[in-house]
Design a binder for this molecule. Structure first.
Ligand code: BGC
Length: 380
């Protein structure tokens, strides 16, 4: 096992997961019950070690932002917000997306290094496939910040800004259980499970968090996974592709539900949730309780109209603002800010700047979006 100096049980489990995920095969890990954000009691504050030096850089510096794709609303928002807010903060942004292609992302990062970027912000297509190019960035004196997803198996990372990923899965599963009780009468409930893209380090974490809540309910008979498919590898959706999720749901329904009702589905994000719901509607099923993630506009409308039960908000604006705060600290020569969470990425302990995700149902939507006029507008 790799060296670990970690802080809480939850992060130990998350870390174990991160370590396993490096091989690109099975990404299952130990279930956790809590998030790092809530388990900082035992944490030691991370200060930059004395030997680490963080030279600042000039106003107007070039900042690279490399996003995995623009296939979900959060990444489109990140593209727009980084461009606008980096400019506003006096930087010269280069913001690019890699269309789910690892090689394209490697080339984009190389060209950002050649263009003199002082910081490169990276949401990886595949968390474990950027080691060499990020190490190249570090050798060139570029700071590297992971954005929304962990950068695994590389020393070429200074820190990662993200929403608690295990916590996200827990919230999705808790909402699923709550929705089943509210909408589907007495247990037992027939459910199916979906995971996100297996190359994305978040996806197994979301699933692990969700299963920590669901597994005991499967074991005691409250929940019945009719297909029997409960492993992440069986449930994952390659490339987070909604069409692939819809066709898996079509097959699950055709193969297992000709004489049964489906009551609920664990979905890792909103696009996949809408694909699942559409598949159920096409099969003539009553709409099951379905979880989600991202508070995408379309899903916020579906939650409001009762078509999708829940989503989880992880405001892009907050994540971008946190990232720019770190860039400002680096520019001033103050280095990476202190944080009380670290994760072993397989090669080193990485500072994690973690924000809290928030579950959204019809009941609390107006509250959650009170300061988000464009989403509030959808609640009519
Ligand atoms: C992000 C989600 C997004 C998914 C697919 C994940 O890493 O955290 O917000 O829905 O990628 O783009």
């Amino acid at each position: 096992m790799k060296k670990r100096t970690l802080l809480s049980m939850a992060m130990v489990a998350t870390m174990a997961l991160a370590t396993f995920t490096g091989c690109g095969g099975s990404r299952e890990g130990a279930a956790t019950t809590d998030t790092a954000a809530e388990t900082t009691e035992e944490a030691e504050t991370t200060e930059a070690p004395a030997e680490e030096s963080f030279p600042g850089f000039e106003d107007g510096a070039t900042i690279g932002v490399s996003l995995p794709w623009l296939g979900t609303q959060n990444w489109k928002e990140a593209e727009e917000m980084f461009t606008a807010q980096l400019e506003e903060a006096g930087y010269k942004p280069i913001v690019q997306a890699a269309d789910q292609k690892v090689t394209q992302q490697q080339q984009q990062i190389e060209s950002m290094i050649e263009n003199g970027a002082k910081v490169i912000v990276v949401g990886p297509v595949d968390g474990s496939q950027l080691g060499a190019v990020l190490e190249q960035a570090k050798e060139a004196g570029v700071y590297v910040i992971g954005y929304d997803r962990l950068l695994e198996n590389t020393s070429g990372v200074d820190g990662v800004v993200q929403f608690g990923s295990v916590k996200t899965g827990e919230l999705q599963a808790q909402a699923l259980l709550q929705g089943l009780e509210e909408k589907k009468g007495e247990a037992p409930y027939n459910i199916e499970l979906f995971g996100g893209g297996p190359a994305d380090p978040n996806a197994p974490n979301f699933f692990t968090g969700a299963m920590s809540v669901l597994q005991p309910k499967i074991d005691d008979g409250t929940l019945v996974v009719v297909s029997g498919q409960t492993d992440f590898t069986q449930c994952a959706t390659v490339d987070w592709d909604n069409a692939k999720a819809q066709s898996r749901m079509d097959s699950l329904l055709a193969g297992n539900y000709s004489d049964k009702e489906i009551d609920g589905v664990l979905s890792p994000n909103d696009g996949i949730a809408r694909a699942i719901i559409t598949s159920c509607e096409n099969a003539g099923q009553e709409i099951p309780v379905v979880s989600g993630l991202d508070a995408e506009n379309e899903s916020v409308e579906w939650v409001w109209s009762g078509r999708q039960y829940s989503t989880v908000a992880k405001p892009t604006n907050d994540l971008v603002a946190k990232t720019i705060e770190i860039i400002d600290s680096l520019k001033a020569g103050n280095g990476m800010p202190a944080t009380d969470v670290e994760v072993d990425n397989g090669v080193k302990n990485v500072r994690i700047y973690e924000l809290p995700p928030v579950v959204v149902t019809k009941d609390n939507a107006k509250e959650v979006f009170a300061n988000d006029p464009s989403r509030l507008e959808l609640l009519k």
